[in-house]
Design a binder for this molecule. Sequence first.
Ligand code: HEM
Length: 508
Amino acid sequence: RRLPLWGAFVLLGFTALTAGIQAQTTLTRDNGAPVGDNQNSQTAGPEGPTLLQDAQLVEKLQHFGRERIPERVVHARGTGAHGEFVSAGNFSDLTSAALFSAPGKKTPVFVRFSTVIHPSGSPETLRDPRGFATKFYTEHGNWDLVGNDLPVFFIRDAIKFPDMVHSLKPSPITNQQDPNRYFDFFSHVPEATHMLTWVYTDNGTPASYRTMDGFGVHAFKFVNAKGEVHYVKFHWKSEQGIKNLDAKQAEMVQGKDFNNLTHDLYDAIADKNYPKWDLYVQVLKPEDLAKFPFDPLDATKVWPNVPEVKLGTMTLDRAPQNFFQETEEAAFAPVRMVPGIEASEDRLLQGRLFSYVDTQTYRLGVNNQQLPINRPLASAKNYNQDGMMNAGSTNSDVNYQPSETQGAYADDARYKASRLPLSGTTQQERIRRTMNFQQAGDLYRSLSAMDKDHLISNLAGDLGQVKSTKVRDTMLSYFYKADTDYGTRLSKAVGADPATIERLARAL
Ligand code: HEM
């Protein structure tokens, strides 16, 4: 049978349309409506002004003007990758955390690495600790291990954190980072001596995110099914080894490529050279805490000579498809733990339990856990509802608990928090066992001759800029107290009088 003429036209038109769709998809506005002209605004004739009714023009400009969200108040500059954690065994004697319940058990992860102080877009070569935040998507919900690449921290009480960050961030007057400001702050914080020593070694400028370790820094608690508690510290050990840049190398790299750490991670993954880290824990019984000359729940301290147990291995093998959605919208928070892992009484950690969710509610909104990168695999089932940008509200008449209703959500006593024996009164006092300098000295003494040279020159470079002799000499007395050779060499390097520094250090 012959095709009628109109039929041939329809067929031709249809073929042309599908060919067109295959070649290029029609551009639409956010409401899905096709756009007729994305190059020329609607105007009142050839000479007249632009018309407000041009929906495409208005939508484009409006959306563009809202592309930025607040950057993270710290750790703004980062990059991330997806991967998998594989448990090395069954650790149920220590913790009921499901991800550690069987050898070979796999848990998907997302990791975000970052610098700390410098803003989004700043060179990745700048001296700083590095963030190492891991989100484990476990069957009992997400566990965020929000760590750094160095084993300790500058301060031990969260109440000091905003002041510390203000001193390290650019001056509100000059908008420049200034050693006069942060050393003024640190001259009142002797417990920072250990962390400052770490940061001013070449560990402050890692060669690659792949070649650095990660640390949970704080003590956390492992709790098993019997309710028994152990205090633990987490350590990611890089299978790539540790590799840093010295000051000259950092300068050279920065001149060529200030996205060096992001490039390195993406390139390694594209080359299928997947980076791996082994996760270890140190374990202490609660009664062991009293046996140390320092407070083991103080985040400025490591636990020397406490053996490490290997929990498993993480491999990162997939770069994000969309940087904003998977890295910038990622919200890590130390408070997001799973049954079997709890916070210790560490005063720094206790503040962090509040701060991250609070800032993310501002940075990303109250429903940030519904964003794809943050959404738990075990879907959230609760009666939190509504709020800005909600996309997962309850769809039942019962939006309260408890309820008799069949299928309503109920709490489960198996997941109750562990118990902590307490006595005494409330107080506002510093911790009893401070031991501010010993571990900084131990670290200095453990360094190679070259690493010591680099530490002295890196630190002298910044401390030498401090105009206040009082601030400079107080800082020097801390390093001297940690180790006499350390303090003497630094004093000479910045032209201070070693005898004065020794006298100040004796008074500490
Ligand atoms: C990010 C606060 C100490 C590691 C952040 C953010 C805040 C914050 C507000 C931004 C979070 C966001 O916008 O998503 C604090 C406070 C601390 C503290 C109040 C002390 C009281 C630490 C310590 C570590 C650490 C000790 C390491 C053990 C990180 C990391 C990030 C971060 C890795 C970036 C997470 C990401 O990649 O999104 N911190 N912090 N912080 N913090 Fe802390």
